[in-house]
Design a protein around this ligand. Sequence first.
Ligand code: NDP
Length: 296
Amino acid sequence: MNSSHDLAPVTVIGLGPMGRAMVTTLMNAGHPVTVWNRTPSRAAELVTAGATLAPTPADALVASELIILSLTDYPAMYDILGGSTGALAGKVLVNLSSDTPEASREATAWAAKHGASFLTGGVMVPAPMVGTEAAYVYYSGPEALLREHESVLRLLGAPRYVGKDPGLAQLWYQAQLTVFLTALSGLLQAAALVSAAGVPVGDFLPDALDTFTGIPVMLEGGRELAKSLETGVHPGDLSTVLMMGATADHIVRTSETLGVDVDVPKAVKSHYDRTIAAGHGTDNWTALYEVIKSRR
Ligand code: NDP
């Protein structure tokens, strides 16, 4: 391990589970880390482990050139740094908090106004996996800035640079979280369905989890899917919109009968109904994309 005297100091603002995992990872690599959090008690264990708790956000900015933010959203950044903008000049803000692409673009302009550079990021693993081989982080903004600080940022997870537009990292992040959150809601919906019929959830879950891992195989790595989505042509008669739509209707009716929530089943059925109404009933299920891609 390098001596902490050799390595650049880093400031981490925001000590939720994610921020705390980042601090630990950076300290384990030998970086001196200064932290600040609205609720100072969340820093206690990190301070015991060697982190420095800055008394104010301005002190946290002064302590390092590289400032990593891990907050609930971007407004939290303004709440914290809005009163210390005089200390922003020359700093590199790396905001790894979730928000909209537009919020990232506005923050980039805000930072520039105060003389700071800005990288947008989205961490693609849960907090316990930060710093592991599996971790990766989307980044957007000035690529040279990422490369300049890559040796530090790489400790958190492999950087995946997605483009100059500051909004892109959050766009990729939100898209990934769309897959994740809808899958989790689907999983819980399915668990509620079997449970309402008296099936122990634990008996059902292994099969449900197999479905998660089976989908990439069913989609053959996504190559044909990408072609269909890009061309708007949806060939195939093995899983048509009509057949899948009938199943979507059965799920709604079964859910109603069993008295579980029907929002997710109805949303899915709506995709099929509208795709059939648009004339795609005999196309492959991928034709749902024609309805989903433009809000009507
Ligand atoms: P938490 O919600 O636990 O922590 C949020 C942090 O933001 C805390 O330090 C909190 O301070 C601070 N905060 C929120 N609002 C304000 C405010 N108005 N003013 C000052 N501070 C504020 O989130 P996580 O640590 O779990 O996540 C941080 C970011 O990382 C989020 O954007 C999340 O989407 C993202 N992320 C999280 C993952 C995870 O597994 N946890 C996975 C991937 C991404 P205080 O302690 O005082 O409440």
